[in-house]
Write a protein that binds this ligand. Structure first.
Ligand code: SF4
Ligand code: FES
Length: 250
């Protein structure tokens, strides 16, 4: 495949960025999108041009670091896959592909296609954990019976990889789907109950502190989420938040 790439280049977070045009040829339709970018970068290095900075780690859809806006869609045109799992057969020979970073004030561009997603880390640190006493004997894994429906819901929420596509897609730059998934994965389990009230209050507060927008129920986040996290979890988080806010015990 021969392709024309329009790639966002930006020296640093304060510089003004712009789209630059690069041509790549001989790309296999079986190559992944990131492998195609590797070929482009090799070409740029051979020409003495600085390669394009982009984020990636696992390249198998689990770390959430490959975050690109491709032809106006978070993670590109394929459904339920991350950028690293997107293959070039989704594009046509001779096509022009626009490649941009996430756009959100709470996730500023650091360089080229890489954005600063440490706001997600701070939200996680504010409550996305359970405190476990590790002294004494190890408890049997099945000591706490959990209804199958709750286990499934917790598992589905835990599939969130923190990629930020929900934020990038939302017209309000809302992080509600991400935070809802992180709150819900514990809210459905007995292990998450001890810190439940403080967790949801702290994580929602931190989300607001980071400057993410509010949810207005457009549902765009759910459509572009590579892990199919449902907006039903936002309703769950709102219920948890209201219960925690109006609770008389804390
Ligand atoms: S909810 Fe989906 S889109 Fe948002 S961070 Fe998690 S995996 Fe990514
Ligand atoms: S590189 Fe890890 S999810 Fe894509």
């Amino acid at each position: 495949m021969d392709l024309t790439l329009k790639v966002w280049r930006q020296k640093n977070r304060n510089a003004q960025g712009a789209l630059e045009k690069y041509n790549v040829s001989g790309i296999s339709e079986n190559a992944s999108f990131l492998e195609m970018l590797d070929v482009m970068n090799e070409q740029l290095i051979n020409e003495g041009t600085e390669p394009v900075a982009f984020d990636h780690d696992c390249r198998e859809g689990i770390c959430g670091s490959c975050s690109l806006y491709i032809n106006g869609e978070a993670h590109g045109p394929a459904k339920n896959v991350t950028t690293c799992q997107l293959h070039m057969r989704m594009f046509k020979d001779g096509e022009t592909i626009y490649i941009e970073p996430w756009r959100s004030a709470a996730m500023p561009v650091i360089k080229d296609l890489i954005v600063d997603r440490s706001s997600f880390d701070r939200i996680q640190q504010s409550g996305g954990f359970v405190s476990v006493n590790t002294s004494g004997n190890t408890q049997d894994a099945n000591a706490l019976p959990i209804p199958k429906m709750n286990a499934d819901k917790a598992f589905d929420a835990a599939a969130c990889i923190g990629c930020g596509a929900c934020v990038a897609t939302c017209k309000n730059s809302s992080a509600m789907l991400f935070v809802a998934a992180k709150v819900s994965q514990f809210a459905y389990l007995p292990q998450g109950q001890v810190e439940a009230k403080q967790r949801v209050k702290n994580m929602v507060q931190q989300m607001d502190n980071e400057g993410f927008g509010n949810c207005t129920n457009t549902g765009a986040c759910e459509i572009e989420c590579p892990k199919s996290i449902s907006i039903e979890y936002i309703a769950k988080m709102n219920r948890e938040f209201l219960a925690a806010t109006f609770s008389t015990s804390e």
